[in-house]
Design a protein around this ligand. Structure first.
Ligand code: NAG
Ligand code: NAG
Ligand code: NAG
Length: 244
């Protein structure tokens, strides 16, 4: 590991001119690589989280109804996103849906960037990329895609967010493409915004909970809570996402 860091530091000066436009200066190695693992904000200090095994040996996090995971977004994310990708692996425990993650303005009233799962209706739900500037109305959707709900299934989703389109991957295959207008094209976060995982703050909510018909009944097997494993935002869009 130390060796890899050394190499990165040796190579950085040569990358600097190239990456200058991405404003990595002062933000360190993570930003230079442009790959942000949002689960990095989870620590032992977070309440309502249990550790679990994810797919492919990834660590996974169970979101109990008391979960409250948040951090100043600047701890992890850059101030601006241009073209970017979001990769998430999750297993739903709730039919009520919720926010897998969100970056919310300082007043906690507008989700600037987030991925929302709608309630399940007739075994189907919508995965929505919420995207707004601070003065936009709350809940603005950039793209929404319908997905079948399968109990206990690990779902892998990815969004490639281009200037003019959003490509949605489900289980490592392109599922759909939507033309979008990003106006302005740059997503600039307000400086005191909050990064939440498994919710969108106290005002908007979007907390994952067990729905009432899943609460521990005397006979039925209790549904495990919603579990999130991979949760990455990348400033580089790979042309293709595959599972391996
Ligand atoms: C997620 O980001 C981390 C670095 O922050 C990287 O090591 C890992 O390979 C990324 N995973 C995927 C699937 O892109
Ligand atoms: C998904 O979104 C479409 C279009 O907005 C809507 O008609 C449909 O009812 C939604 N499905 C669910 C399960 O919310
Ligand atoms: C792709 O999106 C269009 C429009 O939203 C929809 O009609 C179509 O069914 C979607 N295709 C798939 C495979 O989900």
């Amino acid at each position: 590991m130390r060796c890899i860091l050394l190499i990165v530091w040796l190579v950085l000066p040569y990358l600097a001119p190239v990456l200058g436009a991405l404003e990595f200066v002062g933000q360190g190695i993570k930003d230079a690589l442009g790959e942000y693992m949002l689960t990095d904000i989870m620590t032992d200090a977070n309440t309502g989280i249990e550790f679990a095994d994810g797919e492919d040996g990834f660590p996974a996090f169970k979101f109990l109804s008391t979960a409250d995971v948040k951090s100043p977004y600047q701890m992890l994310l850059p101030e601006k996103l241009y073209e970017f990708a979001i990769l998430i692996t999750y297993r739903q425990g709730s039919l009520k849906g919720g926010y897998l993650f969100s970056v919310v303005n300082p007043l906690d009233t507008v989700v600037q960037l987030g991925v929302h799962l709608s309630p399940v209706v007739k075994n189907s739900y919508n995965v929505t990329l919420v995207y707004a500037l601070p003065d936009h109305s709350p809940g603005r959707k950039l793209a929404s895609f319908a997905v079948d709900h399968v109990t206990d299934k690990w779902n892998s989703i990815a969004f490639q967010v281009y200037n003019d389109k959003v490509v949605f991957y489900y289980d490592c295959k392109v599922r759909n493409t939507t033309a979008v207008v990003r106006d302005p094209f740059v997503l600039a976060f307000e400086s005191a915004s909050t990064l939440y995982i498994g919710q969108a703050g106290s005002i908007i909510g979007g907390h994952f909970e067990l729905s009432s018909n899943q609460r521990p009944a005397t006979t039925s097997k209790q549904q495990p809570p919603t579990t999130i494993s991979k949760l990455n935002i990348s400033q580089h869009i790979n042309e293709q996402y595959s599972c391996r």
